[in-house]
Design a protein around this ligand. Structure first.
Ligand SMILES: Nc1ncnc2c1ncn2[C@@H]1O[C@H](COP(=O)(O)OP(=O)(O)OP(=O)(O)O)[C@@H](O)[C@H]1O
Ligand code: SF4
Ligand SMILES: [Mg+2]
Length: 362
């Protein structure tokens, strides 16, 4: 959408609002510590939208929760997160409450976050009344005005209703309106439309996109859907096994991925111009950070793997308009056009003995 073709990859355009440096998270599981993030580096500029894409278990939600300071109990964090120049890890008490107003989170399933026995009005006004000292009448009128902004016109009546009286799409609109109550500068939307039917998904996404543009809100948009991220976000960050493997301007990422995993996501997605035979499932299953082997985490599924990929850990580094974590990124042609012509059979591996160029000519 608004992404320039040369959007710098791992870094934000303009001044960075959010800066994540070497973020690592471990969680306690059955008496042991389990690594779920390892060395995530990402920046978001003021008003910038960044998509965070990857398969299940890759660490997208944990990244969001680390930023919002809502990690599960017992989490240990390494690296740093700063927001508008302030170290987020050091925030306590009133400063932490203030921060949680500046960074709002919308989750996938609103039902898990709205108390079913309280009215929408009580749910929406609580944060203003308890954290900001706003009086009940003023808080209700602010809430009703925000409901109108998300397309719910009879706000006063809706505030008296209970969550079960609203449709799924309506509940998610309530969540979006609630997230805006504290006038945040960063919105984190963690798969906000996954639980909705396709038509409602499109409506909710359109509202989210419009509101964040009107308010110049930065957006960290988490999704499994590379194409949706590309449609809504200036840049897209691709995550695998607790690390970012590629960050690139959305305008160029889809046609010119630089990491084999991004390329696999591109070719795994059905497209009108691709025949069914050419759609390539990504072999194997996605890994979480604690399951990642030595060397490149994607090596067990990568069709371009070589011996050295098992021994050497690739670092995130700039390449053309992207940043990428792949030892072979310079030598691979992963353009979408090339990939769709020559999609491999499921599970096919391109080894050193069968270079990419030969496979392309088969
Ligand atoms: N409370 C928890 N305790 C221990 N491990 C957890 C906890 N929550 C998540 N994990 C693990 O952390 C890893 C990253 O999980 P995360 O929820 O961030 O993945 P995700 O990318 O958001 O996946 P999905 O697309 O399924 O939502 C996974 O291995 C997951 O099993
Ligand atoms: S480093 Fe090797 S295994 Fe990892 S993505 Fe690149 S080519 Fe594939
Ligand atoms: Mg998640």
């Amino acid at each position: 959408m608004t992404a320039p073709a040369t959007a710098a990859a791992g870094t934000a355009r303009g001044s960075a609002l959010l800066r994540i440096d070497g973020l690592g998270v471990t969680l306690p599981v059955e008496g042991e510590r389990r690594q779920v993030l390892r060395g995530v580096d990402l920046e978001l500029g003021v008003g910038e939208a960044v998509g965070l894409v990857g398969e299940s278990g890759s660490g997208k939600s944990m990244t969001a929760r680390a930023v919002a300071r809502i990690l599960p109990p017992g989490a240990e964090v390494t690296g740093s997160i700063s927001f508008d120049g302030t170290d987020v890890g050091g925030l306590r008490g009133a400063a932490l409450r203030q921060y949680r107003g500046e960074v709002a989170v919308i989750f996938q399933d609103p039902r898990a976050h709205i108390n079913p026995v309280r009215t929408i009005g009580d749910f929406m006004t609580e944060v203003l009344r308890t954290n900001r000292g706003v009086r009940q009448a003023a808080a209700r009128s602010t809430a009703a005005a925000l409901l109108e902004e998300v397309g719910i016109t009879d706000g006063e009546r809706r505030l008296r209703q209970y969550p079960h009286e609203l449709s799924g799409g309506m509940r998610q609109r309530v969540m979006i309106a609630s997230a805006l109550l504290t006038e945040p500068r960063l919105l984190i939307a963690d798969e906000p439309t996954t639980a909705l039917d396709v038509t409602t998904q499109a409506e909710v996404m359109a509202i989210l996109d419009q509101l964040r543009r009107e308010r110049d809100l930065a957006l960290l948009f988490i999704t499994h859907d590379l194409e949706l991220a590309g449609a809504v976000c200036d840049r897209t960050a691709v995550m695998y096994a607790g690390q970012l493997v590629e960050v690139q301007g959305s305008a160029t990422l889809h046609d010119h991925p630089t990491h084999p995993y991004t390329a696999a996501l591109v070719t795994a997605r059905p497209r009108i111009e691709a025949t069914a035979a050419r759609l390539a499932a990504i072999p194997g299953r996605p890994l979480s950070a604690f399951e990642a082997p030595d060397g490149c985490a994607f090596a067990t599924r990568c069709r371009y793997v070589q011996d050295r990929c098992h021994a050497e850990q690739p670092q995130l580094r700039p390449l053309r308009e992207a940043t990428v974590r792949c030892l072979r990124a310079e030598e691979l042609d992963l353009s979408a056009e090339h990939l769709l012509q020559d999609a491999p059979a499921p599970g096919e591996t391109v080894t050193e003995e069968t270079p990419v160029e030969e496979v392309a000519d088969e």
